[in-house]
Design a protein around this ligand. Structure first.
Ligand SMILES: [Zn+2]
Ligand SMILES: [Zn+2]
Length: 70
């Protein structure tokens, strides 16, 4: 699927689905974000699933996080 990455806002690129909370913590019922492969990879390299679920459960929170601004 092609579209605009919700994090870096580059358009017309291949998107992957990121569950804003992990499936173990009920993520399948909660919102998802469409992210390009590089943003998605970066998020999972920087944060644990637990940290994502507890602290970074919206795209806005992710966008605001210092570690990702680089
Ligand atoms: Zn991106
Ligand atoms: Zn993900």
């Amino acid at each position: 699927m092609k579209g605009t990455c919700e994090l870096c806002e580059r358009g017309e690129i291949q998107l992957t689905i990121h569950h804003l909370t992990t499936r173990e913590l009920g993520g399948s019922l909660l919102p998802i974000a469409y992210l390009c492969k590089s943003c998605h990879k970066q998020i999972h390299a920087l944060y644990s699933n637990r940290e994502l679920a507890i602290r970074l459960y919206t795209v806005l929170l992710l966008k605001d996080d210092e570690a990702l601004k680089k």
